[in-house]
Design a binder for this molecule. Structure first.
Ligand code: CP
Length: 335
């Protein structure tokens, strides 16, 4: 424990947020700004698991979690991060709020802001929801995952964890690294934020999956696209597995399992596992020292096998552990 680490506004040098307010996405964010957040994360990682400091940075401020879509990791770690910085945290979920009676996202956000909130953390099903709210409220808005668009704090977690595991915390430079993202890339806001930020920091990012989940159009984001995982696995420094996001294939889900498989161009789930799951055999084909990642939630036995998720290559719980420090850094820069 490093209780002597600086923790107050006067002691910690907080650079201003790049956009002036909030954090809506990482696409287009300059490497210097990414590194500024990651460096602040390094500072907070020393104290993120301690109880609140005596003179916390956000003392007396209120942070609202507006979660219109389910979450475990993001919601709890934003709550802990805000509390460890001394803020009051209020929580609103779609279910149980007046959102379920037809109140709009904008009116919900304006209503919460009118109570004296200093920042909002927003998760929603619709891509662009966080930006929509940021356009109507005056306080900073942090995107905690909006539809298939972006999940910026998750990508910052992934980069921080990978740099920690590969001794790159001094530079946050991913040059020379190949990061392979596998599965339902088209539906994944985590993939989009990681493609933008990891490639900005120098990594080669390769998306792999069946054509319906890793379409060639993803190349416009700055990554490579492949459909053969076994051909790239031995080259990877890290392979990030993604859950199949059935909830984002809504029309196909309504039409039943066959339509879902057809839409994703999956064949059968068994065939998907044969080609794209992180099995023990596939993990063994990776080079020594290469890592397996997953932003969560995992579906064990579908995209990743138990023995790999809990095995020596896995960074999965270290990703979760980095969540509080990353979110402290983002809140500290934003609020
Ligand atoms: N990775 C992530 O966003 O997890 P949660 O949905 O549990 O927040």
């Amino acid at each position: 424990m490093t209780t002597a680490a600086p923790h107050t506004a006067s002691e910690v040098k907080i650079p201003p947020p790049p956009s002036g307010r909030g954090l809506l996405g990482l696409r287009g964010m300059p490497p210097a700004d990414l590194r500024a957040i990651l460096n602040l994360t390094k500072h907070y990682s020393d104290i993120a698991n301690e109880r609140q400091a005596d003179e916390p940075l956000l003392k007396g401020l209120a942070v609202a979690n507006l979660f219109f879509e389910d979450s475990t990791r993001t919601r709890l770690s934003f709550t802990l991060a805000a509390q460890r910085l001394g803020a009051h945290v209020i929580d609103l979920a779609g279910q149980g709020s007046s959102f379920s009676k037809g109140e709009s996202l904008s009116d919900t956000a304006l209503t919460v802001e009118a109570m004296g909130v200093h920042a909002m953390v927003v998760r929603a099903k619709g891509s662009g929801s966080a930006e929509l709210i940021a356009r109507v409220v005056k306080c900073p808005v942090i995107n905690a995952g909006d539809g298939t668009h972006e999940h910026p704090t998750q990508a910052l977690i992934d980069i921080y964890t990978l740099c920690e595991a590969t001794d790159r915390l001094d530079s946050f430079d991913l040059s020379g690294m190949t990061v392979v993202i596998v599965g339902d890339c088209a539906s994944s806001r985590v993939a989009r934020s990681n493609i933008a930020s990891m490639s900005a920091l120098g990594a080669r990012v390769v998306c792999v999956g069946p054509p319906g989940m890793a379409p060639a159009s993803l190349r416009a984001l700055g990554c490579e696209v492949l459909h053969d995982l076994d051909s790239i696995a031995p080259e990877a420094d890290a392979i990030m597995m993604l859950r199949i996001q059935w909830e984002r294939h809504s029309e196909a889900v309504a039409a039943g399992a066959d339509a879902m498989r057809k839409r994703a161009k999956l064949g059968s789930l068994r065939q998907y596992r044969e080609l794209y799951a992180m099995t023990r055999r596939r993990a063994d084909s990776m080079k020594p020292g290469a890592w397996v990642m997953h932003p969560g939630p995992m579906n064990r036995g579908v995209e990743i096998d138990q023995e790999v998720a809990d095995g020596p290559r896995s960074l999965i719980l270290r990703q979760v552990a980095a969540g509080v420090a990353v979110r402290m850094a983002v809140l500290a820069r934003t609020v």
